[in-house]
Design a protein around this ligand. Structure first.
Ligand code: HEM
Length: 144
């Protein structure tokens, strides 16, 4: 499936001519070569952003819902760093930015605290009791 084709921005940047024009919108890599002539906004605006992420420019124009649906037709892949989220029927699929890797490291750190909590619960009362008996022993010895 073309949508599972993961592409880097550097790969996309190689397609920026009138006969081979790719753009990125919301993490979707779109081959708009055949759409250049049909685009109601003209081919020049598309060629200006060819080979780049043009999400900002796309939304700045205030494209209609129909235009947002139409772009799905031209998807040839997904930009690296984005994940494909498919619906149950597999018809409509959205692309979302991958969550940062630091998040999982944070969760692992949290798990470690949870793991040592029962040990701390046992060790702290033992340390208190030990200190008390040491104190009692030292005071008893010094009275002899
Ligand atoms: C595959 C991607 C794109 C599709 C399918 C698309 C589709 C459309 C459609 C259907 C319209 C007619 C108005 C509407 O329905 O909103 C339109 C107008 C326009 N588009 Fe796009 N477009 C795309 C990408 C872009 C990009 C990346 C830019 C800017 C860099 C752009 C700039 C414009 C402009 C300036 C108009 C004219 C707006 C107006 O007359 O008010 N489009 N586009």
């Amino acid at each position: 499936m073309a949508n599972r084709n993961v592409l880097t921005l550097s790969q996309v940047s190689k397609h920026k001519s009138k006969i081979d024009c790719w753009v990125v919108i919301d993490g979707r890599v779109l081959n708009v070569t055949k759409f250049l002539e049909e685009h109601p906004g003209g081919d020049d605006v598309l060629l200006e952003v060819a080979g780049k992420d043009s999400s900002k420019e796309f939304y700045a124009v205030g494209h209609s819902k129909a235009a947002q649906n139409l772009l799905l037709k031209y998807q040839v892949g997904t930009l690296e760093g984005y994940v494909l989220q498919e619906t149950d029927d597999g018809k409509q699929a959205s692309v979302a930015k991958e969550t940062k890797k630091e998040m999982s490291a944070f969760v692992v750190k949290d798990d470690a605290i949870q793991k040592f909590a029962p040990l701390l619960e046992l060790f702290v009362p033992l340390a208190v009791a030990g200190s008390y008996f040491c104190y009692r022993y030292i005071t008893a010895v010094s009275q002899i």
